[in-house]
Design a binder for this molecule. Structure first.
Ligand SMILES: Cc1ncc(COP(=O)(O)O)c(C=O)c1O
Length: 412
């Protein structure tokens, strides 16, 4: 069994504090397009940015802020921001039009559908991205085929099927599902919509990352409207392949929000590809292998997105891996707050940032890590709860029955 401590911190030696360099695809101009596009979706609304002052007091920091993505388009996760934008851009290119000339609604019209013809989008997913692709394909009048890794929760499978996609659960892990979707696309002329990049496949993942930035644009507007809250000093971002974390961090760098912002990238012990890459410290992304078993299904990815790694290795301060119970505790803290804070329904991959913060601030054994990360009474910590109860069985077991406590967690 893994001998790691429950929370394992690696300082990023490649961080370049002087650099404000980010790829042009995450420039403010590009991210403005993404936001304008999302605003053109019929039921668009910014998700709430929730302040948790009682939790902040309890943990001994100045403020805790959580962007609640369970409220995103009724889909219970942030993922649709990426898939909808990438699929729309793909169809616009097919039509020879720019996204500025085209709203999502216009693309969904029967006339456009006629011009575009039939497209089958294919993807591999832990659940959330697949549901997003299925949802967007249906809205666009197109088809979706979705591959899920072995052991995927039935509720996630059903949600994707209900959103209109053809769904297959394969006898392999997430990375094998990605390979299969690529192979099927080649054989059948389908279009891959994957939230990670590889050699020769970068445009769609780039559009997906641009799509994710809408939640940062919203958060920045919401932050500036909070007159009694300082700007964040810390950003805790969870990573699977790293696209979400890189898009969010890249956008913060592009906006030059706070030059001293400390960014912590967190992932499960069993799928710790960012930690491994930071430890190797050769500038290259490195894969985590094996079953990748964790309750944090959205973060169970072995291969980092190389485009995301480029950004994270230059701008992130720390890479952290943790045991599953850290995320489970985060879910419980957000579900049942004390002191009048509002409750947030946050799933396993959504709650790990708050779980990490709570463990670091409340357990004497982490005083060194706390100091290393510069967490103290002046810290304003921003986390993204990237999903709600996307697997209700697990959610109930953790919240109602108290499953995955420190004493019983085998991943620690
Ligand atoms: C809920 C949730 N949070 C975070 C992530 C991580 O995103 P990325 O794979 O881009 O690192 C995912 C990925 O599927 C997810 O579903």
């Amino acid at each position: 069994m893994d001998k790691r401590p429950p929370i394992y911190v690696v300082k990023n030696k490649r961080k370049n504090s002087e650099s404000s360099r980010i790829p042009t695809y995450l420039s403010e101009k590009e991210t403005r397009f993404a936001k304008a596009f999302h605003q053109s979706l019929a039921n668009y609304e910014p998700t709430p940015l929730v302040t948790l002052p009682a939790l902040a007091r309890e943990l001994g920091v100045e403020q805790v802020l959580v962007k609640d993505e369970s409220k995103r388009f009724g889909l219970n996760a942030f993922k649709v921001l990426g898939a909808s934008y990438a699929m729309a851009r793909f169809l616009c290119e097919k039509l020879g039009k720019s996204t500025e000339e085209m709203t999502f609604e216009a693309l969904c019209s029967p006339e456009m559908r006629e011009q575009i013809g039939e497209v089958t989008f294919v993807t591999a997913t832990d659940g959330n991205h697949g549901r997003a692709v299925a949802w967007a394909a249906k809205a666009l009048g197109q088809h979706a085929v979705v591959y899920l890794p072995k052991g995927s929760a039935q509720q996630r499978v059903d949600a994707i099927r209900e959103a209109g996609a053809e769904v297959h659960v394969i006898n392999g892990n997430y990375d094998e599902a990605v390979c299969l979707s690529e192979q099927m696309a080649k054989e059948r002329g389908w279009q891959v919509i994957q939230d990670t990049a590889w050699e020769g496949y970068t445009t769609i993942p780039m559009w997906i990352m641009q799509g994710y930035t809408t939640m940062v644009t919203e958060a920045m507007e919401q932050l500036s409207a909070l007159t009694d809250t300082k700007q964040p000093t810390h950003l805790i971002l969870q990573a699977g392949v790293g696209s979400m974390a890189a898009a969010v961090l890249g956008h913060f760098v592009a906006a030059q929000a706070n030059k001293d912002l400390i960014t912590v990238i967190v992932e499960p012990h069993s799928a710790n590809c960012m930690v491994l890459s930071a430890e190797k410290n050769d500038g290259q992304p490195h894969a985590a292998t094996g079953e990748l078993g964790t309750i944090m299904a959205g973060l169970a990815c072995g291969e980092p997105n190389p485009m995301a790694w480029e950004i994270l290795q230059e701008h992130a301060d720390f890479f952290v891996s943790c045991a599953d119970y850290v995320a489970a505790n985060g879910m419980r803290i957000l579900a049942a707050p004390t002191g009048g804070d509002p409750s947030i329904v946050s799933g396993e991959s959504g709650a790990v940032g708050v779980g990490l913060l709570a463990a670091l601030m409340s357990k004497p054994m982490y005083h060194q890590q706390r100091e290393q990360l510069g967490l103290n009474k002046n810290s304003v910590v921003l986390c993204f709860s990237t999903e709600g109860d996307t697997d209700q069985d697990i959610y109930r077991r953790i919240i109602w029955e108290g499953a995955c406590r420190e004493e019983e967690d085998m991943t620690k």
